[in-house]
Write a protein that binds this ligand. Structure first.
Ligand code: SF4
Ligand code: SF4
Length: 446
């Protein structure tokens, strides 16, 4: 399968199976589009006819086809079944929040249930469970999540201390991360996070007026000034080590490129901005009719991104524009996305297990409890089969090896099952990927 596209005023092609990526001129684009078919290159008779119109292009294409770099055959790979081990865990350390974001997927941290804080005992037991279920895997990942995890730091401190002991007793290596709204981020907590966390994700939505409209405190006050000050203090402490500033854009700021650039202007150099996922009836929902405007925003952000990355003072990275075609994950990983419900699970304050944090509160997807340690085998099997090989719509999608089949929770929320991707997210994913590939190609040419 070959995908051709225009971005940043240039034409590109991606050979999906081999990963060949090239910038092409207008004639080559016309030729490729004429000979391209869903099953590969068109029949030899038609190819010969087109060769008369585009002789140079036809020679070049023939050479690349012979080298196995273009119109490469679709892979019939089927990934091996997951081996039953777990390697990463989202620890919902606090089902409560000090913000009341207007688009919160987690019901302001409560996940449609009661406010709750995980006890230190449960947090430590969850790490024991992970260590037990990880088999011979050495590197394990734990993300402290909420609600707002900083509202339950005593459990975070206990879990990290316990994890460091397990590293020695069980020969494991815990990689801790935390996702926080930064409202309660003080010096003491910052020092701890800087020392113990492999990655720290700080949530800010971009421009002050945008952030303040949707991320109010529980008391209805603006949160931007405090959040920015706290996040910048942490960023200064963090230096070159891993952190992310993560924002959400909604129907209120469809001009979200300005928010990404505002975050860069504040002094953050590792950014991510995610489209909100809400039902169409919600006033902040992004709709299919918004897609053309959102595509334009991605492209205008990509243009400015290329410019700013030319000088160290303005350089920044944008999560969705990062692709590495040379050192990318193995085929099994590309087929199976985030591993939700198989090698990745979420644990609630009461110790219940779900496929990921997005499923928490959905009783049909409760997989077990860390106390019994048993995992629902029918749900496990369902998630094992949730990969590209078994999803026809994804198998035929040009973006499949970079997307890996999309978010299972979004699929359930919009289409009722884990294997039917949420179409609006697909469209945004594909546009972001085109921008990322264009940026990659142009930067590598330079
Ligand atoms: S900070 Fe997170 S958990 Fe809290 S209300 Fe906002 S989106 Fe929800
Ligand atoms: S973009 Fe959509 S169709 Fe394509 S691989 Fe991802 S989830 Fe599947």
């Amino acid at each position: 399968m070959v995908h051709t596209f225009s971005c940043l005023g240039q034409n590109f092609l991606l050979d999906v199976e081999s990963g060949t990526l090239c910038r092409i001129d207008a004639n080559m684009r016309k030729f490729i589009d004429s000979v391209n078919s869903p099953s590969g290159v068109i029949g030899s008779g038609e190819f010969s006819r087109l060769r008369k119109l585009y002789p140079e292009e036809a020679d070049e294409v023939s050479e690349l086809v012979n080298k196995g770099l273009l119109f490469t055959k679709a892979s019939d790979f089927v990934p091996p079944k997951p081996d039953g081990t777990i390697k990463s865990m989202c620890l919902n350390i606090c089902h409560n929040c000090n913000l009341a974001c207007a688009y919160c997927f987690a019901d302001e941290g409560k996940y449609s249930g009661q406010k709750a804080s995980m006890t230190a005992e449960t947090a430590c037991r969850a790490l024991d469970f992970l260590a037990e279920k990880s088999g011979t895997r050495r590197n394990l990942e734990v993300d402290f999540f909420g609600g707002e995890p900083l509202m339950n730091m005593s459990a975070v401190y206990a879990a990290v201390e316990h994890g460091r002991k397990l590293e020695k007793s069980h020969g494991k290596n815990f990689r801790f991360t935390i996702t926080t709204n930064a409202l309660g981020l003080n010096d003491e907590i910052s020092d701890f996070l800087d020392k113990e966390m492999y990655n720290v994700v700080l949530s800010i939505d971009g421009r002050k007026n945008v952030h303040n409209q949707v991320r109010k405190t529980q008391g209805g006050k603006d949160s931007f000034d405090v959040v920015l000050q706290n996040a910048l203090a942490f960023r200064r402490k963090r230096g070159d080590r891993q952190y992310y500033v993560r924002g959400t854009f909604t129907a209120l700021n469809k001009d979200f490129a300005a928010d990404a650039l505002a975050l860069a202007d504040y002094g953050f150099d590792k950014l991510s901005l995610e489209p909100v996922v809400l039902p169409d009836s919600h006033p902040l929902a992004l709709k299919d009719s918004d897609l053309p405007e959102l595509f334009e925003q991605y492209e205008s952000l990509a243009a400015e991104y290329l410019k700013r990355r030319k000088t160290p003072e303005t350089w920044f990275s944008f999560f969705h524009f990062i692709v590495d075609l040379k050192h990318s994950p193995c085929l099994s990983k590309r087929y199976s996305s985030c591993g939700a419900g198989t090698e990745y699970v979420a644990v609630t304050p009461s110790g219940e297990i779900y496929p990921c944090h997005q499923f928490v509160g959905n009783a049909a997807y409760k997989m077990g409890n860390i106390e019994s340690g048993e995992i629902d085998s029918a749900l496990y099997e369902k998630f094992c089969a949730n990969n590209l090989a078994y999803k026809p719509v994804c198998r035929d999608c040009w973006a499949k090896y970079h997307c890996s089949g999309g978010c299972a929770a979004n699929a359930v929320n919009f289409n009722g099952n884990i294997s039917s991707p949420y179409k609006t997210a697909c469209a945004l994913m594909q546009k972001r990927l085109e921008c990322a590939l264009a940026v990659y190609c142009l930067e590598n040419e330079e």
